[in-house]
Design a protein around this ligand. Structure first.
Ligand SMILES: Cc1cc2nc3c(=O)[nH]c(=O)nc-3n(C[C@H](O)[C@H](O)[C@H](O)COP(=O)(O)OP(=O)(O)OC[C@H]3O[C@@H](n4cnc5c(N)ncnc54)[C@H](O)[C@@H]3O)c2cc1C
Length: 412
């Protein structure tokens, strides 16, 4: 008999789970209130981040706390009122940054990022969108002399993890990105990363591949998730959808549906913004550039140059706070010839657990309910392997990465 699954949420994580289950013979229904890939999986920087193996809350964070907590650095905006009314998440986030936890968390992240480019390359070929993939790496740049030591230290760290990168001086930076203004002293080119020119379109293309292979996509707002008569049921504004297995992949909205089941996963969000700016005089970048001191990514996209901001720690649904995106728009215009910004500012929310590792696995006390969320800054990269881990565990296969660090039981 054909096994059935409903996957809740059609961002990169949900679409990947749907494809992986479908590959194993499941009849899958993928449900989202919007078209696939229109939320967080739309607005990110599109980086396939093989080299992002250090969680944001690492021991180095403590040295930066004074400027971060005083909201003096564009990397972080902290809404103090919210932090004080819900101190638990922030305290746990800082607690996880202690040195004794670093090696295990780095290894766990690396197990997810190691195959990211390879997995997306294969999926893009199957979905017919390889033209969106740029295998030109990413470039990190520093504005001060201190950047030379920082770039070298990062190169050594990555080399110890088998990731090749190249340290560049001012001349080297102009060699790889001639249109950047010569304000950077040091750079690190990581050719093992890749990027896409439209993460939303790539997610959509993967969903179309799922539909072409017989998967059902339903556009409906999920109102409730219930376990009824041995099956999981998603009750939506377009009726109820039922299956043996339910996978919750609702990104930053995952808590809305599982908290009523008594599952408080400690998920919170790190909000972020983007803007598209047009380049002047035909200037181009060959790859996403991360300006370390000014804390933004500038990524060439179908829509123009996408400038993405750092972390805004506030309530998911609170009004926009544009301090960071205003600052980084100015910094990006110093770095690269861009016209003035005249469009709309996008806001999204990275779904993050206190240990910066996703939650992947079956929910405790709820057989048949699977969780796949919390992919924080890396969910576009790590969606496909998340889907493979979920589907392998459901089918009793050996997953492609050790699932223990991601087990829901660590917080539930
Ligand atoms: C500014 C920024 C830059 C980033 N840059 C990168 C990057 O370069 N590389 C990278 O790998 N990652 C990046 N990320 C992180 C990445 O975008 C996320 O981790 C990833 O998109 C999360 O995917 P998801 O499928 O879990 O969530 P989402 O893409 O948000 O999908 C969740 C889906 O659930 C649906 N949904 C929610 N509630 C309901 C409901 N009640 N009923 C029906 N549907 C519902 C939503 O419509 C949505 O489609 C960035 C994030 C931000 C904000």
């Amino acid at each position: 008999m054909t096994r059935t699954a409903i996957v809740l949420g059609a961002g990169m994580v949900g679409v990947s789970c749907a494809l992986s289950l479908q590959k194993r013979g499941f009849a899958v229904t993928l449900i989202d209130r919007r078209e696939p890939g229109r939320e967080t999986s739309y607005g990110n920087a599109g980086v396939l981040a093989r080299s992002s193996i250090v969680p944001l809350n690492n021991p180095g964070l403590f040295g930066k706390l004074t400027s971060y907590l005083g909201n003096r650095h564009p990397a972080l905006n902290l809404n103090w009122k919210r932090a004080l009314t819900r101190p638990g998440w922030l305290l746990r986030f800082l607690w996880e940054a202690r040195p004794s936890q670093a090696a295990a968390r780095i290894a766990a992240l690396e197990s997810l990022t190691a195959s990211t480019v390879e997995r997306h390359r294969a999926l893009m070929a199957e979905a017919g969108v390889t033209h969106r993939l740029r295998e030109t790496g990413t470039l990190k740049v520093w504005r001060t002399e201190a950047g030379h030591a920082a770039a070298k230290a990062e190169q050594d760290f990555l080399a110890a993890h088998g990731i090749v990168s190249q340290v560049l001086d001012r001349q080297g930076i102009s060699g790889v990105e001639p249109a950047l203004n010569p304000i950077f002293h040091a750079g690190l080119l990581c050719l093992e990363n890749a990027s896409v020119d439209s993460p939303g379109a790539v997610t959509q293309a993967y969903a179309e591949l799922f539909a072409r292979r017989g998967g059902a996509i339903v556009q409906a707002r999920i109102e409730k998730l219930v376990h009824d008569g041995g099956a999981w049921q998603a009750r939506t504004d377009k009726g109820a959808f039922e299956a043996e297995i339910a996978v919750v992949a609702l990104g930053p909205w995952s808590m809305d549906l599982i908290a009523p089941l008594g599952l408080d996963s400690r998920l919170d969000v790190e909000r972020g913004y983007h803007r598209h700016l047009r380049a002047k005089d035909g200037a181009t970048l060959a790859r996403p550039v991360y300006d370390v001191d000014a804390a933004y990514f500038m990524a060439p996209m179908e829509q123009g140059y996408r400038i993405t901001s750092g972390v805004d720690l506030s309530h998911r649904d609170a009004p926009d706070e544009h301090r960071q995106i205003e600052a980084v728009t100015k910094s990006a215009r110093e770095a690269f010839p861009l016209h003035e910004f005249d469009g709309e500012t996008w806001r999204g929310a990275r779904p993050t657990l206190p240990d910066s590792l996703p939650m992947i696995g079956e929910a405790p006390r709820n057989p048949g309910l699977w969780l796949a969320f919390g992919n924080q800054h890396l969910g576009f990269s790590t969606g496909p392997i998340t889907g493979e881990i979920v589907a392998a565990l459901i089918c009793g296969e050996t997953p492609p990465a050790d699932p223990k660090p991601f087990a829901p039981g660590r917080y539930l």
